[in-house]
Write a protein that binds this ligand. Sequence first.
Ligand code: URA
Length: 242
Amino acid sequence: MNPEKLVRLERMGLGPVWQLRSHADESVAMAVTDATAHVATEFATELSTDLAALDWDDLEATIRDCARCGLCRGRTHAVPGVGDRKASWLFVGEGPGRSEDLEGEPFVGPAGKLLDNMLKAMQLARGVDTYIANIVKCRPVDADGSDRPPVQNEVAACRPFLERQIDLIKPTVIVVLGKTAATSLLGLNEETSLASLRGEPHSYQGIPVVVTYHPAYLLLKPEDKAKSWRDLCLAQSLHDER
Ligand code: URA
Protein backbone atom coordinates (compact mmCIF):
# COMPACT_ATOMS: atom_id res chain seq x y z
CA MET A 1 0.00 0.00 0.00
CA ASN A 2 1.42 3.43 -0.86
CA PRO A 3 2.40 5.83 1.96
CA GLU A 4 -0.36 8.31 1.18
CA LYS A 5 -2.93 5.54 1.58
CA LEU A 6 -1.30 4.47 4.83
CA VAL A 7 -1.62 8.00 6.17
CA ARG A 8 -5.27 8.04 5.20
CA LEU A 9 -5.77 4.68 6.85
CA GLU A 10 -4.15 6.03 9.99
CA ARG A 11 -6.60 8.90 9.97
CA MET A 12 -9.42 6.39 10.03
CA GLY A 13 -8.25 5.25 13.44
CA LEU A 14 -9.02 8.49 15.22
CA GLY A 15 -12.49 7.53 16.42
CA PRO A 16 -13.19 7.13 20.13
CA VAL A 17 -14.38 3.87 21.69
CA TRP A 18 -18.03 3.14 21.17
CA GLN A 19 -20.34 0.35 22.25
CA LEU A 20 -21.54 -1.75 19.33
CA ARG A 21 -25.31 -2.05 19.36
CA SER A 22 -26.40 -5.54 20.41
CA HIS A 23 -26.75 -7.95 17.52
CA ALA A 24 -27.19 -10.79 19.97
CA ASP A 25 -30.93 -10.81 20.23
CA GLU A 26 -31.66 -12.91 17.18
CA SER A 27 -34.85 -14.01 18.91
CA VAL A 28 -36.39 -10.61 18.15
CA ALA A 29 -35.90 -11.21 14.43
CA MET A 30 -37.15 -14.78 14.75
CA ALA A 31 -40.28 -13.57 16.53
CA VAL A 32 -41.52 -11.78 13.42
CA THR A 33 -44.08 -14.05 11.83
CA ASP A 34 -44.26 -14.65 8.11
CA ALA A 35 -47.73 -13.12 8.14
CA THR A 36 -46.43 -9.89 9.65
CA ALA A 37 -43.63 -9.74 7.11
CA HIS A 38 -46.11 -10.37 4.29
CA VAL A 39 -48.36 -7.52 5.40
CA ALA A 40 -45.34 -5.24 5.74
CA THR A 41 -44.21 -6.13 2.21
CA GLU A 42 -47.66 -5.40 0.76
CA PHE A 43 -47.76 -2.14 2.64
CA ALA A 44 -44.32 -1.28 1.29
CA THR A 45 -45.40 -1.95 -2.30
CA GLU A 46 -48.31 0.48 -1.93
CA LEU A 47 -46.02 3.01 -0.33
CA SER A 48 -43.48 2.83 -3.19
CA THR A 49 -46.21 3.87 -5.63
CA ASP A 50 -47.24 6.76 -3.38
CA LEU A 51 -43.67 7.99 -2.97
CA ALA A 52 -42.69 7.89 -6.63
CA ALA A 53 -43.92 11.43 -7.26
CA LEU A 54 -42.51 13.02 -4.11
CA ASP A 55 -39.71 15.58 -4.21
CA TRP A 56 -37.11 15.76 -1.45
CA ASP A 57 -38.96 18.06 0.89
CA ASP A 58 -42.20 16.07 0.70
CA LEU A 59 -40.30 12.82 1.04
CA GLU A 60 -38.54 14.02 4.20
CA ALA A 61 -41.83 15.32 5.62
CA THR A 62 -43.44 11.94 4.92
CA ILE A 63 -40.58 10.15 6.69
CA ARG A 64 -40.87 12.45 9.71
CA ASP A 65 -44.63 11.77 9.93
CA CYS A 66 -44.38 8.04 9.21
CA ALA A 67 -46.27 5.61 11.43
CA ARG A 68 -45.94 2.51 9.25
CA CYS A 69 -44.23 0.38 11.85
CA GLY A 70 -43.90 0.34 15.61
CA LEU A 71 -40.58 2.22 15.63
CA CYS A 72 -42.45 5.54 15.35
CA ARG A 73 -43.77 5.08 18.87
CA GLY A 74 -40.38 5.37 20.53
CA ARG A 75 -38.73 7.98 18.36
CA THR A 76 -37.63 11.46 19.33
CA HIS A 77 -36.79 12.27 15.71
CA ALA A 78 -37.04 10.30 12.50
CA VAL A 79 -33.68 10.43 10.71
CA PRO A 80 -34.20 10.69 6.94
CA GLY A 81 -30.53 11.23 6.03
CA VAL A 82 -28.01 13.98 5.51
CA GLY A 83 -25.92 15.39 2.73
CA ASP A 84 -25.78 16.42 -0.86
CA ARG A 85 -29.02 15.44 -2.56
CA LYS A 86 -27.15 15.02 -5.82
CA ALA A 87 -24.16 13.19 -4.34
CA SER A 88 -22.20 10.68 -6.37
CA TRP A 89 -21.46 8.78 -3.12
CA LEU A 90 -24.19 7.21 -1.01
CA PHE A 91 -23.33 5.58 2.33
CA VAL A 92 -26.01 3.41 3.89
CA GLY A 93 -26.06 2.33 7.54
CA GLU A 94 -28.46 0.21 9.51
CA GLY A 95 -30.60 2.61 11.51
CA PRO A 96 -30.35 5.49 13.95
CA GLY A 97 -28.99 4.86 17.43
CA ARG A 98 -29.60 6.87 20.56
CA SER A 99 -27.55 9.93 19.55
CA GLU A 100 -29.04 9.99 16.07
CA ASP A 101 -32.57 9.74 17.45
CA LEU A 102 -31.87 12.71 19.70
CA GLU A 103 -30.30 14.83 16.97
CA GLY A 104 -32.26 13.73 13.89
CA GLU A 105 -29.05 13.18 11.90
CA PRO A 106 -27.40 9.86 10.94
CA PHE A 107 -24.01 8.81 12.31
CA VAL A 108 -23.46 11.59 14.83
CA GLY A 109 -22.24 9.31 17.66
CA PRO A 110 -18.75 7.80 17.96
CA ALA A 111 -19.33 5.45 14.99
CA GLY A 112 -20.23 8.54 13.03
CA LYS A 113 -16.92 10.15 13.94
CA LEU A 114 -15.15 7.13 12.50
CA LEU A 115 -17.33 7.32 9.39
CA ASP A 116 -16.33 10.97 9.02
CA ASN A 117 -12.68 9.89 9.26
CA MET A 118 -13.27 7.21 6.64
CA LEU A 119 -14.76 9.89 4.37
CA LYS A 120 -11.79 12.14 5.05
CA ALA A 121 -9.41 9.33 4.16
CA MET A 122 -11.21 9.12 0.82
CA GLN A 123 -10.90 12.90 0.46
CA LEU A 124 -14.64 13.22 0.93
CA ALA A 125 -16.63 14.99 3.63
CA ARG A 126 -20.10 14.75 5.09
CA GLY A 127 -22.40 16.77 2.87
CA VAL A 128 -19.87 17.28 0.07
CA ASP A 129 -20.74 14.96 -2.82
CA THR A 130 -21.87 12.42 -0.20
CA TYR A 131 -25.24 11.48 1.20
CA ILE A 132 -25.59 9.34 4.34
CA ALA A 133 -28.79 7.38 4.94
CA ASN A 134 -29.96 4.35 6.86
CA ILE A 135 -32.04 1.31 6.05
CA VAL A 136 -34.60 2.33 8.71
CA LYS A 137 -35.29 5.92 9.61
CA CYS A 138 -36.34 5.50 13.24
CA ARG A 139 -34.31 4.07 16.10
CA PRO A 140 -34.82 0.35 16.79
CA VAL A 141 -34.68 -0.07 20.53
CA ASP A 142 -34.87 -3.08 22.84
CA ALA A 143 -37.18 -3.36 25.84
CA ASP A 144 -34.18 -2.51 28.02
CA GLY A 145 -33.59 0.71 26.09
CA SER A 146 -30.51 -0.39 24.14
CA ASP A 147 -30.05 -0.06 20.38
CA ARG A 148 -30.80 -3.14 18.30
CA PRO A 149 -30.78 -4.01 14.60
CA PRO A 150 -34.08 -3.53 12.74
CA VAL A 151 -36.22 -6.63 12.17
CA GLN A 152 -37.70 -7.81 8.90
CA ASN A 153 -41.06 -6.02 9.06
CA GLU A 154 -39.37 -2.73 10.03
CA VAL A 155 -36.93 -3.04 7.12
CA ALA A 156 -39.77 -3.88 4.71
CA ALA A 157 -41.94 -0.98 5.92
CA CYS A 158 -39.10 1.53 5.56
CA ARG A 159 -37.46 0.28 2.36
CA PRO A 160 -39.55 2.42 -0.05
CA PHE A 161 -38.12 5.56 1.57
CA LEU A 162 -34.56 4.51 0.81
CA GLU A 163 -35.59 3.40 -2.67
CA ARG A 164 -37.04 6.86 -3.36
CA GLN A 165 -33.94 8.52 -1.91
CA ILE A 166 -31.74 6.48 -4.25
CA ASP A 167 -34.01 7.38 -7.18
CA LEU A 168 -33.64 11.06 -6.39
CA ILE A 169 -29.90 11.03 -5.64
CA LYS A 170 -28.85 8.74 -8.50
CA PRO A 171 -25.50 8.00 -6.84
CA THR A 172 -22.56 6.67 -8.82
CA VAL A 173 -21.63 4.19 -6.09
CA ILE A 174 -23.35 2.94 -2.92
CA VAL A 175 -21.23 1.89 0.06
CA VAL A 176 -23.15 -0.29 2.49
CA LEU A 177 -22.03 -0.36 6.10
CA GLY A 178 -22.45 -3.69 7.87
CA LYS A 179 -24.29 -6.93 7.34
CA THR A 180 -27.80 -5.79 8.24
CA ALA A 181 -27.63 -2.86 5.83
CA ALA A 182 -26.10 -5.05 3.12
CA THR A 183 -28.59 -7.91 3.29
CA SER A 184 -31.49 -5.45 3.55
CA LEU A 185 -30.47 -3.32 0.57
CA LEU A 186 -29.51 -6.26 -1.61
CA GLY A 187 -32.58 -8.27 -0.60
CA LEU A 188 -30.53 -11.22 0.65
CA ASN A 189 -31.18 -13.75 3.36
CA GLU A 190 -30.30 -12.15 6.69
CA GLU A 191 -28.05 -15.12 7.49
CA THR A 192 -25.70 -14.16 4.62
CA SER A 193 -22.27 -13.44 6.07
CA LEU A 194 -20.58 -10.10 5.63
CA ALA A 195 -17.38 -11.92 4.65
CA SER A 196 -19.15 -13.47 1.66
CA LEU A 197 -20.35 -10.03 0.50
CA ARG A 198 -17.07 -8.11 0.79
CA GLY A 199 -14.43 -7.87 -1.91
CA GLU A 200 -16.61 -7.80 -5.01
CA PRO A 201 -19.10 -5.30 -6.36
CA HIS A 202 -22.83 -5.97 -6.10
CA SER A 203 -25.57 -4.09 -7.86
CA TYR A 204 -28.69 -2.20 -6.88
CA GLN A 205 -30.75 -1.14 -9.91
CA GLY A 206 -27.58 -1.03 -11.98
CA ILE A 207 -25.66 1.05 -9.41
CA PRO A 208 -22.48 -0.62 -8.07
CA VAL A 209 -22.70 -1.49 -4.39
CA VAL A 210 -19.68 -2.15 -2.19
CA VAL A 211 -20.15 -3.81 1.18
CA THR A 212 -17.86 -3.04 4.08
CA TYR A 213 -17.78 -3.24 7.86
CA HIS A 214 -20.00 -1.04 10.00
CA PRO A 215 -17.91 1.69 11.69
CA ALA A 216 -19.25 0.58 15.10
CA TYR A 217 -17.76 -2.85 14.45
CA LEU A 218 -14.47 -1.27 13.38
CA LEU A 219 -14.29 0.61 16.67
CA LEU A 220 -14.37 -2.76 18.43
CA LYS A 221 -12.15 -4.54 15.89
CA PRO A 222 -9.71 -1.89 14.66
CA GLU A 223 -7.53 -4.62 13.14
CA ASP A 224 -10.19 -4.94 10.41
CA LYS A 225 -9.77 -1.32 9.32
CA ALA A 226 -7.21 -2.38 6.71
CA LYS A 227 -9.81 -4.68 5.13
CA SER A 228 -12.35 -1.89 5.22
CA TRP A 229 -9.86 0.39 3.51
CA ARG A 230 -9.52 -2.16 0.71
CA ASP A 231 -13.31 -2.08 0.31
CA LEU A 232 -13.27 1.70 0.12
CA CYS A 233 -10.49 1.52 -2.51
CA LEU A 234 -12.70 -0.85 -4.53
CA ALA A 235 -15.56 1.63 -4.21
CA GLN A 236 -13.27 4.45 -5.29
CA SER A 237 -12.15 2.59 -8.40
CA LEU A 238 -15.75 1.76 -9.35
CA HIS A 239 -16.63 5.41 -8.81
CA ASP A 240 -13.75 6.64 -10.94
CA GLU A 241 -14.60 4.20 -13.73
CA ARG A 242 -18.07 5.67 -14.22
N1 URA B 1 -25.41 3.25 13.14
C1 URA B 1 -26.08 3.25 11.97
O1 URA B 1 -26.14 2.24 11.28
N2 URA B 1 -26.63 4.38 11.56
C2 URA B 1 -26.55 5.52 12.25
O2 URA B 1 -27.09 6.52 11.81
C3 URA B 1 -25.83 5.48 13.47
C4 URA B 1 -25.27 4.35 13.91
